[in-house]
Design a protein around this ligand. Sequence first.
Ligand code: CUA
Length: 309
Amino acid sequence: MPVTSLFTSASHQEQAIAHLFVIVLIWMGVILALVTGLVTYIVIVYRKKGEGEPRQVFGNRRLELIWTAGPILLLIYIFIATVHTIAVSDPRTANRSPEMTIIAHQWWWEVHYTGTGVVTANEIHFPVGKPMLVEFKSADVIHDFWVPALGRKVDIIPGHPNRLWIDVDRAGTYLGTCAEYCGAEHAWMRIRVIAQPPAQFDQWEREQEQIPPEPTTGDAAAGLALFRALPCINCHTIRGLGPTPSLAPDLTHLASRETLAAGRLKNTPQNLAAWLRDPGYFKPGTQMPNLRLSNEQVNDLVAYLETLR
Ligand code: CUA
């Protein structure tokens, strides 16, 4: 089970930022040691021994030069290192059109892949070694996209799209969170980044483009009819079923995901059933209503949703 870790790095953008942080930390440590060391030394060595005023000293050109030029040089060095880090971690986006759009909602993530039109939610697939320009938008309040292993962090502000290059170097699963308080379920607005080698990523994208076949028999067929008849279809898109609202996560390939409800639950049929019975139990405040479904309805809906691979 991966954890949200501040100490994993999966991107040279993250490495550049971490490197700058360590350099500045070391310099600050040296200065702290120097200043406190000298103060302690002076306090001990020159403590008052006799009576009367101590001898007064005024000015020392060499010392003045050292403690003026030293900090200036250090600041110039940190400035250059910072500009370099910005260039590496935040390259210009110019007039490019973004490869992806991520829309933050209370409390989940909507993910669009521009080229293929693939739409998914909460679990974001990236190809390794291929920089992706991502545009971030908000559907409601201010959120913040933060996957520590990828380094960059960006506020998502209503009416003001922000852009970010995301360039993953290493395949793996990396967790992130919304990092700006956005309401009751802010803590359960998790991000799961799945970085795959380009061939695997293309394969995933091709699978996502497909529309899963509609079940025609059994509980699953009954579940499909229920999904159409109940309010589910007013908020959730399942491609092939008609309208494509984006008020709630796209469920076209729900069963292929690892988690439910933005990382709240592991995606198992049991958890899906529990979620349908009472979403507010797991995420108090969630926009998903409790439809007071009967056990049979839950059973049929789960049978249908599990076909959405
Ligand atoms: Cu979205 Cu906090």
